[in-house]
Design a protein. Structure first.
Length: 306
């Protein structure tokens, strides 16, 4: 029997009444609205799935606007919550920090925690890194100061599942990793994509852009209309070349990346934590190093607090 047939005197389209049990004194379309509203747990979803009928069309007919409404994507803001986890937040934060900060495998982290009397599986550590790593990295990026206006851009080849990909990276003249991008090609389109991502994330254009001799950077700079001075040279770009070394170490430890998406996710997390703890110890005294390291640890504890 169609929904709202004999009881409501209307013939709406596309919904069958045997899905819902009729309630005496209440139109079936209101039953549908009540069920959907009960299932929706947020105010936005309740407004989105409001199936109230239009009185001008009859007691059982849905309005034309409701049927034609397009479902938009609701973007939720992820908050750091350690609820429904067996282990306390301190252990979870420490496990994620060990894996991302140092060149360790999941089983190495499992052994380090077992030495302290904690029976945590390496699979549990992997799930913690996948869940909390992007959240920690986002908060760390929000707390970083503004980088310098001299950017070094470079690309390196990585082999993923037997195919060669290119890891495009941008750092400033102090070694701060600004952004990175895994792309299948080494051409102007990939360089433009990296520059657009940089400008959108940083919010300002550089004064000086240093690259190697790849012509794609010059073509991308001309297409985007950047007025930054462009310097080229292999030795001038040593800052970007040296920033590939931590990635190479992790690539060997992980026995290469398994997919471009997983490489992009992990390297984004690794870059945010690397920037926080990169105190450039070779440029400072021991006393200054202790202060900078203490500040980095304090930032990590404040960011990862529940």
């Amino acid at each position: 029997m169609p929904l709202g047939g004999a009881a409501c005197g209307a013939q709406p389209v596309g919904i069958e009444a045997d899905i819902f049990l009729p309630i005496a004194g209440q139109p079936p379309i209101e039953i549908l609205g009540a069920l959907v509203a009960r299932a929706a747990r947020s105010v936005k979803l309740k407004r989105l799935f409001d199936f109230s009928y239009n009185p001008s069309l009859g007691p059982g007919a849905l309005s034309h606007e409701r049927w034609r409404a397009s479902v938009c994507r609701v973007r939720w803001r992820m908050t750091i919550s350690f609820a429904r986890h067996q282990f306390p937040p301190t252990i979870i934060r420490h496990a994620v920090w060990l894996y991302v900060r140092f060149t360790l495998s999941y089983r190495d982290v499992e052994d380090l925690l077992a030495e302290r009397g904690l029976d945590v599986s390496y699979e549990t550590v992997r799930r913690w890194v996948l869940k909390f790593g992007p959240l920690f990295a986002r908060e760390l990026r929000n707390r970083r100061p503004r980088p310098t206006a001299r950017w070094h851009l470079d690309e390196m080849a990585v082999t993923i599942v037997g195919r060669r990909f290119w890891l495009w990276r941008a750092v400033d003249d102090e070694g701060e990793v600004l952004d990175l991008l895994v792309q299948p090609r080494r051409d102007k389109a990939a360089a433009v994509k990296l520059m657009r991502k940089l400008l959108k994330k940083q919010g300002f254009a550089p004064d000086v852009m240093v690259t190697d001799g790849l012509r794609s950077y010059s073509a991308a700079r001309a297409e985007m209309g950047l007025s930054a001075r462009h310097e080229q040279g292999s030795r001038k770009n040593n800052r970007a070349e040296n920033s590939h070394q931590p990635t190479r170490r992790r690539e060997r430890k992980m026995q290469r990346f398994k997919s471009p998406g997983s490489a992009q996710r992990f390297l984004s997390i690794h870059a945010a934590i690397f920037n926080t703890f990169n105190v450039q110890r070779y440029l400072t005294s021991r006393r200054t190093l202790r202060v900078l390291r203490g500040d980095a640890l304090q930032t990590w504890r404040a960011v990862t607090a529940a």
